[in-house]
Design a protein. Structure first.
Ligand code: URA
Length: 213
């Protein structure tokens, strides 16, 4: 599938509020990426991780999902530990880190003010998520980081949300794949203890185990 189908163009105009925010960031920080952040990973991915949206000074600055974001430290170290990545994560898009049988995307590709996309923005970006899921023919697992990623992934899969409630550690079976839920690995969730490193690792340990089984 053509890359343009799965990733919005640099000047995607679907969400007026996000376009205005992007314009302001381009003026304030011209050296930053400041554009919809494309999916990153292995074209043969069996695992897709769906985050919420790029962080202002993280993925929006660097152009790679979770890269430079606080949440990226836990996510990438976990992926390295479970063999879903190789190399060294150094919070830079040129750190040489490669995903192995895995890919990372976001439910919303543009950085939203205050890290909070609106319902309309989540819906506007969903076709990109649906095409991203469809573009990985070997996909057997999706890890949704947080409720928004979970809900948007369900809609992208054409599933009924009421039948699949979000819960940390839950797994939902579909024809082609399983959807695993985790609390988002955000600074807020880890600082408050809602998500511990152990809880997060258990999700990926299970994905790894069930992929092999
Ligand atoms: N960075 C991302 O790319 N996505 C998130 O959900 C959080 C930080």
């Amino acid at each position: 599938m053509a890359r343009a189908m799965i990733d919005p163009g640099r000047d995607c105009a679907l969400c007026p509020r996000l376009v205005a925010f992007r314009r302001a960031q381009r003026a304030a920080e011209p050296a930053w990426f400041n554009a919809p952040v494309p999916t990153f990973g292995d074209p043969n991915a069996r695992l897709l991780i769906v985050g919420l949206a790029p962080g202002l000074r993280g993925a929006n600055r660097t152009g790679r999902p979770f890269t430079g974001d606080y949440a990226g430290d836990l996510l990438y170290s976990t992926l390295l530990d479970f063999g879903f990545a190789r190399g060294r994560y150094d919070a830079r898009p040129d750190d040489g880190l490669a995903l192995v049988g895995a890919a990372i995307t976001n439910a919303v590709r543009c950085v939203p003010p205050e890290n909070k996309p609106t319902g309309a923005e989540i819906s506007a970006c969903r076709p990109f998520l649906a095409r991203t899921i469809a573009a990985f023919p070997k996909l057997s697992a999706i890890v949704a980081l947080g409720r928004i990623a979970h809900d948007s992934t369900l809609s992208a899969l054409g599933a009924v949300r009421a039948r699949h409630a979000f819960a940390h550690g839950a797994a939902h079976a579909f024809d082609r794949l399983r959807l695993y839920d985790s609390y988002h690995c955000s600074r807020y969730n880890t600082n408050t203890g809602r998500l511990t490193t152990g809880m997060f690792r258990e999700v990926f340990e299970r994905v790894r185990r069930e992929m092999q089984g």
